[in-house]
Design a protein around this ligand. Sequence first.
Ligand code: NDP
Length: 479
Amino acid sequence: MSLFEYAPAPESRSIVDIRPSYGLFLDGEFTAGTGTPRKTVNPATEEVLAEVATGSDEDVDRAVRAARRAFVKTWGPMRPADRGKYLFRIARLLQERAREFAVLETLDNGKPIRESRDVDVPLAAAHFFYHAGWADKLEHAGLGPAPRPLGVAGQVIPWNFPLLMLAWKVAPALATGNTVVLKPAETTPLTALLFAEICQQADLPPGVVNIVTGAGDTGRAVISHPDVDKVAFTGSTEVGRSIARAVAGTDKRLSLELGGKAANIVFDDAPIDQAVEGIVRGIFFNQGHVCCAGSRLLVQESVHDDVVAALQRRIGTLRVGNPMDKNTDLGAINSPEQLARIRELTAFGETEGATCWQPAGDLPAKGYWFKPTVFTDVSPAHRIARDEVFGPVLSVLTFRTPDEAVAKANNTTYGLSAGIWSEKGSRILKIADQLRAGVVWANTFNEFDPTAPFGGYKQSGYGREGGRQGLAAYLEASK
Ligand code: NDP
């Protein structure tokens, strides 16, 4: 039983007006799709929220043609400072309608309203503000005096941060003068469709942003369309590989942001309570549906028992349940498919000999839920130490020396992120240098900023998003 009980504090959903059905956003207008529509569901309640169109090959072709026209006729020739004004306008509209976006994101995705309100939506707006500033300063991007846009960008995004991943993709593409055909994930299309309304509200010229909803087949049609110049994908390593194969041999440019299995390394001199907060944030933020989640905790052996005990105490206070409640820490798993995958991988953990711990308490009867879970006695060979679970599941391993910590941290096919907890700055810098990870956090975890490039090594993909480096994915260098 927890010491304090919180009274319910549900956010009202009345601010959003969810339509019964949505079409595709092509050439500045909503239009019916020619594929079979799909229903999108609130994963916390299993309630159907809306019916959403599916884009066929033909619809994708219409979208790409609209994007090409806009690239040639309006967006490409536009003065860069004017493009910047549109991006500023979009950023401000996102801020003005922030609460609406947060509520809709939480309903469609299952993430706690606290996170969509305080992280996803403000960061999405920040990406537009940041890139708006770049629009007329591209000669300083490090790509020569007059870098050129690539043309039409085909972008496919996942369900874990639907609006934020849209912002990561659309903002740099537009700031650099490209036009966009974006495919949101099948289970979370609603905030992308609300973003389409923002594009209309901002008077963005038709065809600059096109949003084609649908499943994997629609994504495949986007990335393989012959008139797409640039492909940007975030999602699973498996689909990323198939996209790399599809793009190979064409002159399309490609950036991939794929999975991860980040090490969060706690040294014996780390402030334990602070580290525990960082471990919790590292793995339970967004139900662990985070490519850079700190899913492998590496603890120095001498403090293992203290850290695990403090961690379990802390996890016991996490509130799992109604994502619309402002006190909720862990929301719903996004889909039954993802829940099945989490269950399958955690079952491997137990059969392979690791020890599973979960806090007491019941989960809601309806919806898709998984308790925060900690595995101890994990060896590096276990599947839960190697495979991306993409859920609220932490694997705890130990190390004795800094060299062993580095060797274990790098013993992964991924290389997206890592964390280091230590009181010694010199140690942090030395270890960070040796980690093969695109982002290394020191005494914190899961901090994001549009000015900081994000991306991976090895099977976590290639290319960077954010910062000056992220612009290179959408520009051709000039001499
Ligand atoms: P996917 O990689 O399948 O989905 C990402 C996006 O790609 C979605 O929009 C999806 O469409 C689309 N897509 C699927 N197949 C193709 C294809 N052949 N060509 C083009 N686009 C395609 O991830 P899942 O949602 O299936 O999740 C599976 C696993 O992937 C998770 O368990 C997790 O481990 C990992 N994952 C990692 C993410 C990360 O950021 N690193 C993000 C999401 C998942 P649709 O979903 O509509 O079918």
